[in-house]
Ligand binder design. Structure first.
Ligand code: CO8
Length: 265
């Protein structure tokens, strides 16, 4: 039933296609167990094919925590084979999230640990509240970040800082997270990170959807290749926006000195 769900998926009321995926597993501090992971995979699969979704928020309904990482209790009971299946699902879910065609924003106002931090890193943007704290404690547990952490963290904050965080597993509180550019926005204490992220999502949702998707694709696919290869990817993505109705609408709106009304065609 709906009330047993660990991931609440909702279309934000009155918004232009803003979806909120909210982790709600209070008993385990939103740890990623099999059920939550399956629900996350399902939600990303549904969004992958959605033409309605303009922007996606990934948030938490549990006070003080974004996500405590992989479910260590479930994992303790798993055989090696089951662990391998679990870990490959975790990677698939985070990859699916990263590869969603529309912009995504993690709203972090609590602990984001291990896989929970990797989950936040799989979104395009991160908005942090004053309770946000990040850590990758994997090496303290005898493992390594295995769902993108060793790759996405250095790309985001630079190699030396990423090494420090991964070797020590220490917690980074929200001000420091902001200063090391682990999060793009940090709201003032007392302000709602969720409200802030929602207004950012609303700004994004006013844009031209195909253009945003193509810009995301160009940046994602271009970030790991040479400049020359990246320029070619950009050119291919640009070609996709030329025949769109929204491009013509952008030009008309400029000529008529009004705000454009994009339809996603
Ligand atoms: N897994 C399962 N249960 C958890 C987890 C978790 N990660 N985190 C918390 N819980 C449970 C607790 O066991 C507790 O359950 P119970 O009430 O039944 O005892 C309940 O949530 C509440 O937790 P606490 O009582 O501990 O609450 P506190 O507020 O005192 O502390 C913390 C909250 C700080 C989150 C603390 O619980 C903690 O440190 N948890 C572990 C966090 C952690 O180490 N996470 C990293 C896990 S490693 C990881 O994510 C690797 C991913 C890479 C995958 C790929 C590998 C190859």
């Amino acid at each position: 039933s709906l009330s047993n769900r660990e991931l609440q998926v909702s279309l934000v009321q009155g918004s232009e296609g803003i979806f909120d995926l909210s982790l709600k597993r209070p008993k385990a501090k939103n740890a990623l167990g099999r059920q939550l992971l399956d629900e996350l995979l399902q939600a990303t699969h549904d969004l992958m094919h959605s033409t309605e979704a303009r922007c996606v928020l990934l948030s938490s309904k549990v006070e003080g925590v974004f996500c405590a990482g992989a479910d260590l209790k479930e994992r303790a009971k798993m055989s090696q084979t089951e662990t391998a299946v679990f870990v490959s699902k975790l990677r698939a879910a985070f990859l699916a999230l990263e590869n969603l065609p529309m912009p995504t924003i993690a709203v972090v106002d609590g602990l984001a640990l291990g896989g929970g931090m990797e989950l936040a890193l799989s979104c395009d943007l991160r908005v942090a509240g004053s309770q946000a704290a990040f850590a990758m404690p994997e090496t303290c547990l005898g493992i390594i970040p295995g769902a993108g952490g060793t790759q996405r963290l250095p790309r985001l904050i630079g190699l030396p800082k990423a090494k420090e965080l991964i070797f020590t597993g220490r917690r980074v509180q929200f001000e420091e997270a902001h200063s090391m550019r682990l999060v793009e926005h940090a709201v003032h204490p007392g302000q709602s990170a969720h409200d802030h992220a929602l207004s950012l999502a609303q700004d994004i949702a006013k844009g031209a959807p195909i253009a945003q998707r193509m810009a995301k694709t160009a940046m994602q696919q271009g970030s790991g290749v040479s400049l020359q290869a990246g320029m070619q990817i950009e050119q291919l993505c640009y070609a996709q926006v030329i025949p769109t109705e929204d491009r013509l609408e952008g030009l008309r709106a400029f000529a008529e000195k009004r705000a454009p009304k994009f339809t996603g065609r």
